[in-house]
Design a binder for this molecule. Structure first.
Ligand SMILES: Cc1cc2nc3c(=O)[nH]c(=O)nc-3n(C[C@H](O)[C@H](O)[C@H](O)COP(=O)(O)OP(=O)(O)OC[C@H]3O[C@@H](n4cnc5c(N)ncnc54)[C@H](O)[C@@H]3O)c2cc1C
Length: 326
């Protein structure tokens, strides 16, 4: 197999943890096939992140310099990667699953006549790269491989599906830069709305406190926020809470929302529909708080509390606060 590429975007000047998880996936493919891992990184602070990428498994790092026009960024990145891939012919290009990759990857695949595999949770090498994903709300395990071993596959990697690569002493990578040609954006970006939150990113959070229709209104989330503050957790929500306008859509967890994989997922006033569970099945422990002992979620939760959440959550918050301060 020829090269395994990892395309990485910085977030507020830093690499997201998924970057190091992608290096784990890339190294697995490269080590099994004798290929090299090349990391392409762009965005604010990209140059500064090159050293860490080398220490954590990249054999080489290319800093992609962009024009700075935010609306053209996906077009510029896909044009730059397409140009480099046409010249250097990697076998695999990995991107982080999310809004950006959903914009870049199909365009890149089209330009390079490559296949695109979305939301990959595992990789292996068996004469050709094999990608595992969980379609149909996780009811099916699908393993996908290119029909032609030399064909290029572009894959997006689900955050938290892989262990993050750790720095190895003495490991370094050669660093170069590539100036992307300015590209006119195919679409005009009219506005960038960034919800400023002090909280950890939902899809990368280790603890998530999530609320559903049982919260009864936006003020219900205030009760959850207090628990989340004590635990350093991210806030999540079921779809009705979004549909009712109680909380922003970025917090939706489930089949049509975000997929999370925390160590602890606390579901408050959530019944456990298949569409919600599809987004949380990779959680290590699920704790459900629901006043209905027959609620579906208790069948899948590791711990269940049959109680009114407006009583149970403040009590839990107080207990956790006392425990953590002791
Ligand atoms: C195509 C499609 C995609 C979908 N995608 C998603 C998705 O991504 N994410 C998602 O979440 N849903 C999704 N849904 C909706 C999904 O089918 C369910 O309707 C939804 O998950 C239910 O949300 P809920 O559990 O908050 O509400 P409900 O099912 O109404 O459950 C509310 C729960 O709160 C409990 N409760 C009420 N009051 C209290 C209280 N005071 N204390 C404790 N418990 C209380 C009740 O006993 C009940 O179990 C999708 C549906 C479709 C058709």
């Amino acid at each position: 197999m020829s090269g395994v590429w990892v395309g990485l975007e910085t977030n507020n000047g830093e690499l997201r943890s998924v970057a190091f998880e992608m290096l784990t996936a890339a190294r697995r493919l490269a080590d099994a096939s004798g290929a090299q891992v090349c990391a392409f990184v762009w965005g604010e602070g990209a140059q500064d992140s090159a050293k860490a990428l080398g220490e954590c498994g990249a054999d080489s790092v290319v800093v992609v310099e962009l024009s700075g026009d935010a609306s053209a960024r996906p077009a510029e990145v896909s044009a730059a990667l397409a140009q480099l891939a046409a010249e250097q012919k990697p076998s695999v290009v990995l991107l982080a699953d999310g809004a950006f990759s959903r914009s870049v990857a199909p365009a890149l695949a089209q330009k390079l006549s490559a296949s695109f595999v979305a939301d990959v949770i595992d990789v292996a090498f068996d004469e050709k790269p094999v990608f595992t994903r969980l379609p149909y709300s996780g009811k099916v395990i699908e393993r996908v491989a290119p029909t032609d071993a030399s064909a290029l596959t572009i894959a997006s990697i689900r955050p938290k599906a892989f262990e993050a690569a750790q720095p190895e002493e003495g490991r370094t990578a050669g660093v170069s830069t590539f100036a992307a040609s300015p590209v006119a954006a195919a679409r005009v970006l009219q506005d960038v709305v960034r919800a400023v939150s002090e909280r950890v990113d939902l899809s990368e959070a280790d603890v998530v406190v999530s609320g559903g229709r049982g919260l009864k209104g936006p003020e219900g989330f205030k009760v959850l926020e207090e628990l989340a503050d004590v635990l350093g957790a991210a806030i999540g929500a079921s779809r009705p809470a979004i549909d009712e306008g109680w909380i922003d859509a970025q917090y939706q967890v489930g089949q049509t929302g975000k997929t999370v994989a925390p160590s602890l997922y606390i579901a408050c006033g959530i019944s456990g529909s298949i569409q919600h569970m599809a987004g949380i099945s990779a959680s290590k422990y699920i704790v459900a708080i629901n006043k209905d002992p027959e609620a579906e979620i208790f069948a899948q939760a590791d711990y269940g509390i049959v109680a009114d959440l407006f009583e149970a959550v403040p009590l839990l918050t107080q207990q956790m606060r006392d425990m953590l301060q002791a």
